[in-house]
Design a protein around this ligand. Structure first.
Ligand SMILES: C[S@@+](CC[C@H](N)C(=O)[O-])C[C@H]1O[C@@H](n2cnc3c(N)ncnc32)[C@H](O)[C@@H]1O
Length: 165
């Protein structure tokens, strides 16, 4: 059975560009070379005029992401635990894409909350979260309430959830 496939990369990029954003951090690089309906090949979606940091703790995913984005000098692929990366990242983030560990097969619900809390974002930031069409908002379960407290508004919610402030 295929999942509804309402990716929101275009809407997130439109908000990012309207806010004159420059820095994108994505958590979870490309792990599958071919198309799967679970994977959006996010790294290849971001605009060429943004500086993109793609973070993954799986060496194979980082290697593949580097290979597939080799023609994009604006993309930096980092092998790291994402929470460790986010805590140390010195630049404020204009667009944060959260697509890390599975909400249920791993402890992704709490994990994404911790990742969100670890990220320093700009005042007019965009937040995009994947796998939110699962029960109790999947990866976004604890992120959405915290982000709303921080001034974000939910713009759209489906397979992905898009928040803007
Ligand atoms: C769903 S995949 C990402 C798919 C990708 N964003 C795309 O659109 O094709 C989730 C990724 O999160 C990575 N991941 C899991 N735990 C992580 C952690 N603690 N730190 C960084 N990356 C992690 C996995 O290695 C995996 O590659």
């Amino acid at each position: 059975m295929t999942r509804p496939n309402r990716f929101m990369f275009d809407d997130a990029i439109a908000a990012f560009q309207e806010h004159k954003g420059r820095v994108i951090v994505e958590i979870g690089g490309i792990r599958n070379r071919g198309w799967r309906d679970t994977d959006g090949h996010s790294t290849l979606r971001w605009p060429a005029d943004a500086t993109v940091w793609s973070v993954d703790n799986d060496p194979a995913a980082v290697k593949l992401t580097r290979e597939l984005s080799a023609d994009r000098p604006n993309v930096f692929c980092v092998l790291s635990d994402a929470i460790v990366f986010l805590r140390a990242f010195p630049i404020r983030i204009d667009l944060l894409y959260l697509d890390g560990p599975h909400p249920d097969r791993e402890d992704g619900r709490n994990w994404h909350f911790e990742a969100y809390q670890s990220a320093r974002m700009t005042h007019r930031a965009v937040l995009l979260i994947d796998d939110t069409d699962l029960p109790r908002l999947g990866k976004a379960e604890f992120v959405v309430p915290a982000a709303m407290e921080d001034g974000f508004e939910v713009v759209a919610a489906d397979r992905q959830t898009l928040l803007v402030r």
